[in-house]
Structure formats: C-alpha cells, structure tokens
Design a protein around this ligand. Structure first.
Ligand SMILES: Nc1nc2c(c(=O)[nH]1)N[C@H]1C(S)=C(S)[C@@H](COP(=O)(O)O)O[C@H]1N2
Ligand SMILES: [Mo]
Length: 212
C-alpha cells in the first residue's frame, strides 16, 4: 500500500507526514466536477492508449480486460485546488505503471494527456504516474465507485491537485512534448503539485508552461 497522505490539522494530523498547505478537511465526500455525470454505455465503452506508443497499432482495452489486470491499492488524500481535502482515501484499481508496462510509451515520451468523457483532459509528466504514484481506480474503500465519483474508472494522483485526476477516464495519449489540459488551459497550474502549492498558472515561471 502506498501512502502519499498530506495532512494539515485536526485529529487526522500526522506529524510524520508532510503537510498540505492551506487545505481544509471536508466533513463528508461530495462530488465536484464540470458538467453533468456521463451515462455509462457498456456497449460503446473502450479505453484507448494512443499517441507515441512503443508498440504499433491500436491499443484498446475493454473494461473487463482492465479489471483483469493485477489490482493494487493506493492510499492518499484527495486535495481539491479550491482548498478542500478529503483525507484518508483508499483507492483500488490498476496502477498506471501496470498499464504502462502493458502498453509502453515510446522512448521519447515525456508527458501524457489523460482523456475523459465529454473531452475533459489533464496533462501529466510521465514521472508523475510511474511506480505507485497514480492509480486508475475502480474502487474507493473497497466499494465500487459511485457514478458521480467516476464510475467505471477514474485516475487518482494523490500528490497532485484533484483536477489532475479525471473521472470517467477513457484513454491516454502519449506525448513527446507538453500540452495543457482542460483546467490547465483555464488558469490552473500546469503541474499542480500539492506540496509546492502549485494552484494557478500565474505562479508558473515565465516560459515554464507550454504555449498553446
Ligand atoms: N471528468 C472530470 N474529472 C474530474 C473533474 C471534472 O470536472 N471532470 N474535476 C476534478 C476535480 S477539480 C476534483 S477536485 C475531483 C473531485 O473528485 P470527486 O468528485 O470524486 O470528489 O475530480 C476531478 N476529476
Ligand atoms: Mo478540484
């Protein structure tokens, strides 16, 4: 079990763990997203890996194929960039590193775009999803994800703010240079690292983020 818990205060405060700056703990978990909850259409659903792949040809997984991959758990808090934290989550699903082994990126891939229903997207550095840093979650605390929380599949990257973890994920694009995703294009930080409090794009060094 991996733990990227970052805590600030209250009974859950853990002195051995890093602090998440300027976050408040929410009392209960609710959903937060742009637009409506998409309806799951099993007949049309596929998960695509495309862009600069190491292996030629279309790489597509059914939900059953994804569920059949080795399952892992990942512990961590869910930090929304709007300063709300849902602490102590326990996610179950397939580690991104497991999927990357199955459908590897080309040698010159540096970034990913993670695509979700309705065209929501988030860009990530390749290193942000290696090893136990990111999981394609099907479960939370052992229970199947609720539709509002991303059923059937969502990405979770506990060391980054929540907008870097698309719900209702449908695919991954391997990229050889960086490009901004949905919120990254709309004023939020290109990297979104919680520990560094990278919330807004104006905090980026001049020239740091990719140009549109
Ligand atoms: N597809 C999609 N995924 C999304 C979002 C969204 O608007 N659309 N919002 C993100 C943001 S900003 C946060 S904080 C988390 C919230 O997760 P929750 O609704 O499960 O609490 O989902 C993330 N994933
Ligand atoms: Mo968020």
């Amino acid at each position: 079990m991996w733990d990227y818990g970052l805590r600030r205060r209250g009974p859950l405060a853990n002195p051995g763990v890093d602090i998440a700056p300027h976050q408040d703990t929410a009392r209960r978990w609710f959903t937060l997203h742009y637009g409506p909850v998409p309806r799951f259409r099993p007949d049309r659903w596929e998960f695509r890996i495309f862009g600069a792949t190491a292996l030629p040809g279309k790489q597509s997984f059914s939900l059953d194929a994804l569920r059949a991959l080795p399952n892992s758990r990942l512990a961590g808090d869910l930090h929304c960039v709007t300063k709300m934290t849902w602490p102590d989550n326990d996610w179950g699903g397939v580690l991104m590193s497991t999927l990357l082994d199955m459908a590897p990126p080309a040698a010159d891939v540096t970034h990913l775009m993670v695509w979700a229903e309705y065209g929501y997207s988030a860009n990530l550095r390749l290193e942000d999803v290696l090893d136990g840093r990111a999981i394609l979650a099907t479960h939370n605390h052992g229970k199947r994800l609720e539709p509002g929380h991303g059923f059937p599949l969502r990405l979770v990257v506990p060391h980054l703010y929540g907008y870097k973890g698309p719900k209702w994920v449908r695919g991954i694009e391997y990229m050889t240079s960086d490009r901004r995703g949905f919120w990254e294009e709309r004023g939020f930080h290109n990297l979104g690292e919680v520990r560094l409090e990278q919330r807004y794009s104006y905090q980026e060094e001049p020239g740091e983020g990719p140009l549109p």
